[in-house]
Design a protein around this ligand. Sequence first.
Ligand code: G6P
Length: 612
Amino acid sequence: MCGIVGYIGTKKASPILINGLIRLEYRGYDSAGISTIEKEELSIMKDKGRVKNLYHLKGIDDLTGTIGIAHTRWATHGKPSKENSHPHMDNSKTFSVVHNGIIENYNELRNFLTDNGYIFYSQTDTEVIPNLVHYYYEKDEKTDNLRFLRAVKNACSDLKGSFAIEIICKDYPDNMIVTRKDSPLVIGKGENENYISSDIPAILSFTRNFYLLNDFELVVLSRNNVVFYDKDLNPIEKDTKTIEWNASSAEKDGYEDFMLKEIYEQPTAIRETIGAKFNEETKCEFDELNFTKEYLSSLNKIYIVACGTAMYAGLAGKNAIEKLCKIPTEVDVASEFRYRDPLVDDKTLCIFISQSGETADTIAALKLCKEKGAKTLAISNVIGSSITREADYSIYTHAGPEIAVASTKAYTSQVILITILSIYFAEILDIECEKVSLLKRDILQLPKKIEETLKLSEVIEEFSKKVYQEKDIFFLGRGIDEAVAKEASLKLKEISYIHSESYPAGELKHGPIALIENDITVISIMTDNTLVEKTISNIQEVITRGAKTLVITNQNVDEDMFDRIIKIPETNPFVSPILSIIPLQLFSYYISKEKGLDVDKPRNLAKSVTVE
Ligand code: G6P
């Protein structure tokens, strides 16, 4: 939530900053602003609403500064308005700050600063930061070149909560200072220029070499140098990491929206995540993992913890781990898990799934499990993301950058990766079963079957056009199909704003059937041949009550029974969510388009939820 960008170099900073903000807009779009140093003075230009509003601000084209910071906001403290927009300055206009996160003790700090004569102009928690930096700056009697850094360090020691902060100071026009705690921030290294961003894709067109920052580390950037300090201001050394993603992977490449592009990237994302080494003949291996039979046999339980779509991918993981490895597996949402004193000990393996690797609740849940003595394994799409640096082990989906707020290719990549992980466990445990070898064969065939499934796009678009004005849509499924129903329902809500519910098909008669009335749309997913008959009976129950039915299936069923049937390729039940979700991703997409909504940036949502 909230995106921050920074630039220090030899070029005009403002276009680079605005370009970066546009790419980070999926993190929040309540307001945007930039601050540069212009002729030894700080300048701030900001406004409510989308980043593009900045282009219309008077004087924006006259900015010539080559150092600057920028912010796109997802409002937490203070309503979306110009005065609450970042950057914020201190009262003396010496420091300018952008911040992503929440300062939990801002009230206390605000009172302290008010008592010391400071005045506040916004309702944000952020405004305490530049003033606190100024407070320590003024108190410092030394005027050496570390005075700015000491002031930032002292101010940050007083902050509670989460933060990724960029600060510039008019007295130090050749330096920018950045730091972080629990909020993402990366540093891109260029030639005579350096970049800051909340995530890698936003600055991928400028550099592929990145420094990753740990909590509380402070960084002083100049045009030619990046100097790192620990929280006590001892200098530390860091190497850059080269990121393999290419710049075009963060562009729309001719597609109307990122979401559509990302839906169509799924064959590649799955192929890349399966990896070249996976085959039917040899045992599965992960370079990053070294689990033993003894350890896996000692486990009392596996927990899979995540938020949103990643949590629904976890349900597919539970299905595979329990059925293949016979290890009890529970799936939980991170925001609940962490507050319910979960039964975790050194005999529990805790798996955390997060596309961004920056979701605050998921990271907090991971820290809790570590404290309780469990081993932790992160599944993320972003190399070096916070979660992967906290976990004992990390493995990666290779979906490439996912920009649209609604997750598509990350979900299917997570499902495939956790399924392969369960095969890896089963093979270590010497579970000899035909199921495993059949599953391996079917996994290798998936990319082609995804391509086939994507060809259904036109039929789905046509169906979407018929139902886009509905107020409520229901999704039903049994077994693993119920997990897909949940993800499909979330997708629809997120981007079409249609109320939708997902239910285990057999549970319908225990309440929700009361909501079924004439012409309501009910979408059922049916891919498990052992459950088809039962699910059909449940669909009959809604047909009897007047529902319009759409069925997504790979089974041979009497097509006349339903209003619409979408046949997807047959595959192994463990990986069927990867195929059955695709028509439903497209369904949500086309409904959203038909309603004229912003598919990539749905209202009130943000892609990376770095607040709790
Ligand atoms: C937000 C996004 C979802 C995503 C969830 C978890 O709610 O809108 O698309 O599934 O966060 O994100 P993560 O990065 O942890 O997978």
